[in-house]
Design a protein around this ligand. Structure first.
Ligand code: PRX
Length: 675
C-alpha cells in the first residue's frame, strides 16, 4: 500500500486512543482441569483443515444418520453444514444423558422472591415434561415439523421446556424477549407467520408480579391487523393451578397449558429425525429500527457449534454448575443457557428476576447456595453491580473457576473489578464477542491457553478467521493497531442460514459491502461483514469498538463512544457512563456524556470538571464533552442495557419516542427536566 493510500486510510479511521493493557495469566488450577489445555486445537482448526475441522464439534453430538458432506458451499453466501446427516436437538440435550445423568439437575430455577424455594429439575424430569409438552403441541395444536410458533415467555423453566418440546418435533420456535411489548411481539408473529403463541400469565421482576398475559392480547390484535391470525394462545401459569394475571382469557383462543397437560400425562413422543439443515429456531436481532431481522439457525450446524464452543470456551463439564445471567429471550440464552450447556449435560441456572433484587448481594447468594462455578454476564450487569454493591461479593463464600463477559465492549476498569472482586482473582475470564446472527462465539481467548487482556476479546476462536477492512475495501495488515470494519473470512457452522423470509436482505446487510463478485461461487469471495468496528493489536488480539453506527464524527475526527465511556469510568466516583452524539452547527456532532454516580457520591461542578478533564487527558481535547449530565440513573431496558437512543433524543431536544418498555421510565422525566 502506498504512503498516500495509507494516509487516506488513517483519515477514515475511528480514533484509537486505548492504552495497551497488561496481560493476566490463567490460574494454574483452572488449566489443570480445563477441557482444552494446550494450543494443539488451533492447529486442528487451522485454515488448511477448514472445513473438516468442524467434524470435531459435530462428533460431540449423537446423530441418527451420519452426514456425508461437512460443508456445502456451492451457493454462497447460503452455506449448509453436515449435509445428509439427521439428528434431533431435544434428544441431544436430554435423552442421550439419561443412562448416566437422569438423576442430575438439568435446570436450577431460582424465583425472584427469595422466600420461594429453588426448583431443581433433573434430566429425567425434564425428559418427562418435554415429552408431555411435545404431545400437547402435536395433538392439541396440530403442529408438525417445519411449522413456526412464537414464544413470548419470561425466565421460568417452562421456557426451555417449551423450546425443547418444539425441537423434539422440528417445530421452529421464535422466542421474543419477555420484556418486549405486545406490539413488538405482534411484529414477530407476523414475520414468522405463527398461528400459535405460547406465553405465561405472569412473572416476577423487581419485586412485583407482572401481568404478562395482557401483552398476548395486544400481540394477537396487532398481528390480526397485519393479516396474521393467531388461532391459539397457550398460557403457562407461574403458579401451577392458579391463574395469576388480571387480564381475562379469550374464549376459544386462550388455553391454560397446565390444565391441558393433564390429558398428556406420561405421554412419550419419539424425537423426529431431522435433516441437519432444517431450522431449529428464529431469533430476531436486537436492532429496534426497521423491520425485525429473523436470524434463521439450523439444527446440525448450530447445535455442533454451540456444543463445541460451550466445551472449549465456556469449559463446561457435566459436573459444573453453570449460571449465565442473560435472558433466554436473547441469543446468549439460547446458545449458552439452553442448547450448549444442556448438550453437555451441565446443570444450568435460570434466574427469574433482577440481579439487584432485593439487594446487590443477590447474585452472590445464589452462587453460594448453588455452588455455581461458571458465571456468565454482560458488562452492563457488571457495571450495575459494581455501582450499587462494590463490596458485596467479598461477603459471600463462592468460587468461580470461569467467568464470561459478553454483549458489548468492557471497559478495562470494569474488567478489573470483575476479575479482582467478583472473581476474587481466582477465575479465568473470557470476553466473548459474537452476535445473534453468528450463533456462537467469534473472538475470545481460549481460557487455559491464552493470557487475558482487559478490554480485548482476543483472537478468533478455533476455526474463525477475522480480517479487518478499511472503508475503501483494503485489508488492514494483521496486527496493525488500526481500526476498521471487522469481517470473518470463512463460513462456520453456527452462522445463520439466512434472514427468515428475506434472502436478499441477508446478502445485502452481511455480504454486499465486501463481496467483489456477486456471481462468485467461491466462499473466499464472501467475507461476513459484522457491522462492528475493531482493531487488532500486534499480539493478534481483537478489541471490538462497537457498532459502526456508534461512531461520533467530531469535526472530522471519528470517536468511538465506547472509548469515551471507558475513560469516564476511570473517575472513581463514576458508576456508569453513556456518550451520545449531539448535533452542533459548527463541529457537526459533539459528544454529551451522561454519568451516574456510585452510592453516597454527590453531584458537583467539580465532578463535572473532573470527568471533562479525564476525557481530555485520556483521549485528547477533541473528546471533551460539550456537556456532562450527572443523572440519578440511566434509562434502561428491562435487560439492563442503557437506552442511549433516549438520552440522545433528550440531549438533541427531540421526542424520546416510546419509553413504555423501559425498566425505569420515571428517570426519563427527571433527566428531561435537567435539559
Ligand atoms: O457490537 C457487538 C456487541 O454486540 C453486538 C451483537 O449484539 P447481539 O446480536 O444482541 O448479540 C449479543 C450477544 C452476543 C455485536 O455486533 N458485542 C457483543 N459481544 C461483544 C460485543 N462488543 C464487544 N465485546 C464483546 N464481547
Amino acid at each position: 500500500m502506498s504512503e498516500k493510500n495509507n494516509e487516506k486510510v488513517s483519515e477514515a479511521q475511528i480514533a484509537v486512543h486505548w492504552k495497551e493493557e497488561g496481560y493476566f495469566e490463567p490460574p494454574k488450577e483452572f488449566i489443570a482441569q480445563a477441557n482444552i489445555k494446550d494450543d494443539k486445537v488451533l492447529k486442528r482448526f487451522s485454515m488448511e483443515n477448514f472445513p473438516d475441522c468442524y467434524k470435531e464439534y459435530a462428533d460431540m453430538l449423537d446423530w441418527y444418520k451420519p452426514y456425508t458432506k461437512i460443508l456445502d458451499s456451492s451457493n454462497p453466501p447460503f452455506f449448509k453444514w453436515f449435509i445428509g446427516g439427521k439428528l434431533n436437538a431435544s434428544y441431544n440435550c436430554i435423552d442421550r444423558h439419561l443412562p448416566k445423568y437422569k438423576n442430575k439437575t438439568a435446570l436450577h430455577f431460582v424465583p425472584e422472591p427469595e422466600n420461594e424455594p429453588i426448583q431443581h429439575i433433573t434430566y429425567q424430569e425434564l425428559y418427562v415434561r418435554v415429552n408431555e409438552m411435545a404431545a400437547l403441541l402435536r395433538d392439541f395444536c396440530g403442529l408438525k415439523a417445519g411449522d413456526t410458533v412464537t414464544l413470548h415467555m419470561p425466565m421460568i423453566p417452562e421456557l426451555p421446556i417449551t423450546m425443547l418440546a418444539c425441537a423434539r418435533l422440528g417445530i421452529i420456535h421464535s422466542q421474543v424477549f419477555s420484556g418486549f411489548s405486545g406490539k413488538a411481539c405482534a411484529d414477530r408473529i407476523v414475520d414468522g407467520k405463527s398461528k400459535v403463541l405460547i406465553t405465561a400469565d405472569s412473572y416476577y421482576r423487581g419485586g412485583g408480579l407482572l401481568d404478562h398475559k395482557e401483552k398476548a392480547d395486544i400481540a394477537c390484535d396487532g398481528a390480526l391487523k397485519e393479516g396474521q391470525k393467531v388461532d391459539k394462545v397457550l398460557i403457562w401459569q407461574r403458579y401451577p393451578g392458579k391463574y395469576s394475571a388480571k387480564t381475562p382469557l379469550v374464549k376459544g383462543r386462550d388455553f391454560i397449558v397446565n390444565d391441558l397437560l393433564k390429558d398428556y400425562k406420561r405421554a412419550r413422543v419419539e424425537p423426529e429425525q431431522l435433516p441437519a439443515d432444517a431450522t431449529l429456531f428464529i431469533m430476531y436481532s436486537s436492532g429496534t429500527t426497521g423491520k425485525p431481522k429473523g436470524a434463521q439457525h439450523s439444527i446440525g450446524g448450530y447445535m455442533s457449534y454451540v456444543t463445541g464452543t460451550s466445551k472449549y470456551i465456556q469449559d463446561i463439564h457435566p459436573e459444573d454448575v453453570y449460571w449465565c445471567m442473560a435472558d433466554i429471550g436473547w441469543i446468549t440464552g439460547h446458545s449458552y443457557i439452553v442448547y450448549g450447556p444442556l448438550a453437555l449435560a451441565a446443570s444450568s441456572v435460570i434466574y427469574e428476576g433482577l440481579p439487584t433484587h432485593p439487594d446487590p448481594g443477590r447474585p452472590w447468594r445464589i452462587a453460594e447456595e448453588l455452588d455455581v462455578n461458571i458465571f456468565h454476564t454482560s458488562p452492563t450487569a457488571i457495571r450495575a453491580l459494581r455501582r450499587v454493591g462494590p463490596d458485596e461479593p467479598a461477603k459471600y463464600d463462592y468460587f468461580f473457576k470461569h467467568m464470561t463477559t459478553v454483549g458489548e465492549p468492557i471497559e478495562p476498569e470494569v474488567w478489573r473489578w470483575y476479575y479482582n472482586v467478583v472473581g476474587k482473582k481466582k477465575a479465568v475470564i473470557v470476553d466473548t464477542w459474537w452476535q445473534t446472527e453468528t450463533g456462537g462465539f467469534l473472538c475470545s481467548t481460549l481460557p487455559a491457553v491464552h493470557k487475558m487482556k482487559p478490554g480485548s476479546a482476543g483472537p478468533g476462536v478455533p476455526g474463525i478467521y477475522p480480517i479487518i477492512y478499511d472503508d475503501e475495501g483494503n485489508i488492514l495488515p494483521a496486527g496493525s493497531g488500526k481500526a476498521g470494519n471487522i469481517c470473518i473470512q470463512n463460513p462456520w457452522p453456527g452462522l445463520m442460514m439466512t434472514i427468515w423470509g428475506d434472502d436478499e436482505r441477508y446478502v445485502q446487510v452481511y455480504y454486499q459491502r465486501y463481496n467483489k463478485d456477486p456471481k462468485s461461487k467461491d466462499w473466499h469471495d464472501w467475507p461476513y461483514f459484522c457491522n462492528d468496528g475493531a482493531v487488532q493489536a500486534a499480539d493478534g488480539y481483537y478489541r471490538i469498538l462497537g457498532r459502526i453506527d456508534d461512531v461520533i464524527n467530531v469535526a472530522g475526527h471519528r470517536l468511538g463512544t465506547k472509548e469515551l465511556e471507558s475513560a469516564a469510568l476511570m473517575v472513581s466516583e463514576v458508576g456508569e457512563a453513556a456518550v451520545v452524539p449531539v448535533a452542533d452547527p459548527i463541529k457537526g456532532k459533539v459528544p454529551h456524556i451522561f454519568v451516574s454516580l456510585k452510592p453516597g457520591v454527590k453531584a458537583s461542578a467539580e465532578l463535572e470538571k473532573k470527568v471533562t478533564d479525564t476525557l481530555a487527558s485520556e483521549i485528547g481535547p477533541i473528546a471533551k464533552p460539550a456537556k456532562v449530565w450527572i443523572v440519578s440513573d440511566m434509562p434502561k431496558t428491562r435487560s439492563g442495557k442503557i437506552m442511549r437512543r433516549v438520552l440522545a433524543a433528550i440531549a438533541n431536544k427531540q421526542d424520546t419516542g416510546d419509553i413504555t418498555t423501559l425498566a425505569n421510565p420515571q428517570v426519563v422525566e427527571e433527566i428531561k427536566n435537567m435539559a
